[in-house]
Design a protein around this ligand. Sequence first.
Ligand SMILES: Cc1cc2nc3c(=O)[nH]c(=O)nc-3n(C[C@H](O)[C@H](O)[C@H](O)COP(=O)(O)O)c2cc1C
Length: 217
Amino acid sequence: MVGPWLKALSSSALASKSVNFADIVRSRRMSRSFSDQAVDPAVITSCIELATRAPSAGKSQGWHVLILENESTQRYWDVALTPERREGFAFPLLLKAPVIVISMCDPTAYLERYSEPDKKATGLGESLEKWPAPYWTIDASFATMTFLLALQDVKLGALFFAHSNEAGLRQEFNIPDHIEILGTIAIGHEAAGSNPQGRSAKRIRRSVESVIHQKNW
Ligand SMILES: Cc1cc2nc3c(=O)[nH]c(=O)nc-3n(C[C@H](O)[C@H](O)[C@H](O)COP(=O)(O)O)c2cc1C
């Protein structure tokens, strides 16, 4: 049941006035505190559509998302955040996020794609163990990042976080065993006032010089 999420993309959702790309990248921060303000489903759909433009190995496109909105987000928290963990939870306004998106990938799409005639010689279609790196995770990560930047562009707050109780989530949302779950993105309008920071926020950002290796490692 996707309901309004498959509604045709509204022209208003697509007509966001994009600011400078560097500003979007630099201003993005994970949001862990949301207001009651509703989110237009068409805006989320348009951000996901942009994210499908991310690179994909062999254009296999194994990214999938599960969207939960409003009351149905409760189903997520009931499974992922047990009452014991909820007590004293550092980010209580995270649970107000009107939209929850579970980001996933399908490794079998890569086996199928790399079994096609133009890719068969790679041998990668034979089994997942043959792959030098999990391209399905890489692709889905690229798409997820593009999604986060698209959300920032339309001034929505978002937190990508590691899910807990994976078995419970699979059962609650009928997620097939062969599908990998990357994590969850809570989305909404950031609550007024301070955006509480995560534990890692005070870590120093690495300098570009420490990232770049030239000529040799
Ligand atoms: C794979 C991954 C898992 C993360 N898991 C959590 C999490 O469980 N809880 C949380 O508060 N933040 C989580 N984060 C957010 C990071 O803490 C955050 O991106 C980092 O501290 C840098 O902050 P910024 O994204 O606001 O610039 C996660 C980010 C990534 C990429």
